[in-house]
Design a protein around this ligand. Structure first.
Ligand SMILES: Nc1ncnc2c1ncn2[C@@H]1O[C@H](COP(=O)(O)OP(=O)(O)OP(=O)(O)O)[C@@H](O)[C@H]1O
Ligand SMILES: [Mg+2]
Length: 275
């Protein structure tokens, strides 16, 4: 990390290819763990579908990014804050049509995003499923990209497809892997071996780092049913512990970044990719 980056937030995309593999829960719980470590965390909900991060934080946002684009609200008026002090930016369908923004709207969004620079240490971007252009340009704009996979073959092939498209179209080189819903570390390492084996063979310039695994845990499902986070409802559960460990090492580890870390740069890249 260079000295001029030290005070800039790290912008981390959490993505997968396949849907329903745990992205939103991993973002939410890691955000809680990092905020307990004293980090200021912002979550951008870039999922234009139905599964929203505010549900597991039991929040009901009134506004979304559309109100910022239209200059009706500031970013701070739109963001909602959890009891933990985590700020969540609801995307709604506002992120779906970034290609349609005029220059004035883009400038609005850029200057609003810049205000996040001194409010956050870590910004998570919870992307939707699939490899739509919307997901891709958010991933490409982030400093770091965490890919979530499970043992399911479709999840592994979708994770590979995501990295292939990201490296081919955007030159993204570094990815981290979290394997979710496993029974053991050995199972997770097999998933990692399958993915890194395929990368070694076909995408030699891509580096995939193993970032950890999360056990299958019914406590997490129970928490979701109550519109909550397993980290709050069952702190000692296996999934909560695993996500805490991953968050701690993520928080302490030096950053191997894909970009230069400025938020203006982040939004500019999002716009560039979207045109
Ligand atoms: N470690 C786990 N153990 C047990 N169940 C889990 C675990 N992680 C996720 N799940 C289950 O998977 C569901 C989907 O999780 P989540 O909404 O976080 O996935 P997602 O990848 O964000 O989905 P989408 O692609 O729709 O946004 C959860 O509601 C929960 O039931
Ligand atoms: Mg989700």
């Amino acid at each position: 990390m260079t000295s001029d980056k030290q005070n800039l937030p790290r912008v981390i995309a959490v993505t997968s290819g396949k849907g329903g593999v745990g992205k939103t829960n991993i973002v939410g719980n890691m955000a809680v763990a990092l905020s307990r470590m004293g980090k200021r965390v912002v979550i951008i909900d870039a999922d234009v579908g139905l599964a929203n991060i505010d549900i597991i934080f039991n929040l009901r946002p009134e506004y979304n990014i559309r109100h910022v684009i239209n200059a009706e609200k500031t970013l701070n008026q739109v963001m909602v804050e959890s009891d933990h002090g985590i700020k969540i930016l609801p995307g709604g369908s506002g992120f779906a049509d970034l290609t349609q923004l005029n220059e004035g709207e883009k400038l609005n969004l850029l200057s609003e995003f810049e205000t996040l620079s001194d409010q956050a240490d870590i910004i998570f971007v919870d992307t939707g499923a699939g490899i739509s252009s919307n997901v891709l340009y958010f991933n490409s704009a982030c400093d770091e990209c965490i890919v979530i996979a499970t043992r399911e073959p479709t999840s592994i092939t979708d994770a590979y497809a995501m990295m292939k498209v990201m490296s081919g179209e955007y030159g993204t080189k570094y990815f981290k892997l979290i394997v979710n819903m496993v029974d053991s570390e050995a199972q997770a390492k097999k998933v990692y071996a399958a993915l890194s084996g395929a990368l070694d063979k076909y995408l030699k310039n891509v580096v995939l780092e193993y970032a950890g695994h999360i056990p299958f845990d019914r406590q997490l499902q129970k928490a979701v049913q109550k519109r909550g986070l397993v980290m709050d409802n069952a702190q000692g559960s296996t999934a909560a512990k695993a996500m805490e460990d991953i968050a701690v090492s993520l928080g302490n580890r030096p950053v191997r970044t894909n970009s230069n870390g400025s938020l203006t740069f982040f939004m500019n890249k999002v716009f560039q990719s979207a045109t």
